[in-house]
Design a binder for this molecule. Structure first.
Ligand SMILES: Nc1ncnc2c1ncn2[C@@H]1O[C@H](COP(=O)(O)OP(=O)(O)O)[C@@H](O)[C@H]1O
Ligand SMILES: [Mg+2]
Length: 256
């Protein structure tokens, strides 16, 4: 899950898509790569008290299985920690091999999960690059359909081109319009423009803005448990079903 912007429902989508896939019987692991640890706290782990996290996996090469937490939502979590802020600097310091560290760390547990979703920080640093190189089935890009997002999207696709040597599967498999306001014609028009300008982009059904999302967050629940019959839960179940039906290809197709 990536987009260098913050507030575009990356964390919300990792959480709710993960739970929706789990409810379809899939074994799901989510990895929190954001030092702000929003996904970690959403999944019920208190933030601030130091615990072993993805930091130890990336920097000390601890086995990833040692830091996996089972959560009440039924999905497994590799938590984040504020220390991860330091990892960004330490990795930046020139250890080129470290961009493959997450990919390597996952090798011993690949058979244990059907899906592994990475939540990334809103910056293009080494943590995000680790996720992009470990993403062997492709990339999901949530975005708010506004003009500026299009420029961000083009930058992101260009960035993915640069990294494709290191991960040949680095293609968008789902580009999701999020936080879409039904009453705002501009949003729907922008989606139409994107369809016209980038016909190969795997655009999915939009996920509409709904007050249930912040309420579910405040209640510490996924949207699927907070309002199982609401539009939000339906949207994430629909996304999970599309991925499972491989309407969204498991083997990504080139978009350019
Ligand atoms: N469909 C939605 N409708 C309303 N609010 C949403 C929706 N999706 C996410 N949000 C809210 O938007 C904010 C940003 O979402 P978040 O997932 O934290 O974004 P990111 O991880 O990209 O920074 C959060 O407060 C979240 O509850
Ligand atoms: Mg986030």
């Amino acid at each position: 899950m990536t987009n260098q912007k913050g507030g575009v429902a990356k964390t919300t989508t990792v959480h709710n898509l993960g739970v929706a896939l789990q409810r379809e019987g899939q074994r799901v692991l989510v990895v929190d790569l954001d030092p702000q640890a929003n996904l970690t706290s959403r999944l019920g782990l208190s933030v601030g008290e130091h615990r072993r996290s993805v930091y130890e996996v990336l920097v000390n090469h601890d086995p990833i299985r040692d830091v996996i937490h089972e959560t009440a939502d039924g999905i497994d979590l590799v938590p984040s920690d504020e220390l991860l802020m330091r990892a960004e600097g330490q990795m930046e310091a020139g250890h080129i091999g470290w961009v493959r560290q997450l990919h390597r760390a996952l090798d011993p547990i690949r058979g244990r999960y059907d899906f592994c979703l990475f939540d990334t920080p809103p910056v293009r640093g080494f943590l995000t690059v680790n996720a992009l190189i470990a993403a062997t089935s492709g990339v999901i890009i949530p975005f708010i359909p506004e003009l500026d997002s299009l420029i961000g999207m083009q930058l992101l696709l260009g960035r993915m081109d640069e990294l494709r040597g290191a991960n040949p599967n680095l293609e968008p498999i789902a580009v999701i319009p999020v936080l879409v306001d039904r009453n705002w014609r501009n949003h729907l028009e922008t989606i139409e423009q994107i369809k016209a300008r980038m016909p190969h982009l795997p655009l999915t059904e939009p996920i509409m803005r709904h007050a249930d999302f912040p309420k579910a967050r405040a209640a510490g629940m996924s949207i699927l448990d907070y309002a199982p019959n609401g539009a939000g839960a339906r949207a994430y179940r629909h996304l999970a079903a599309a991925i499972l039906a491989a309407e969204i290809p498991a083997t990504p197709v080139p978009t350019r």
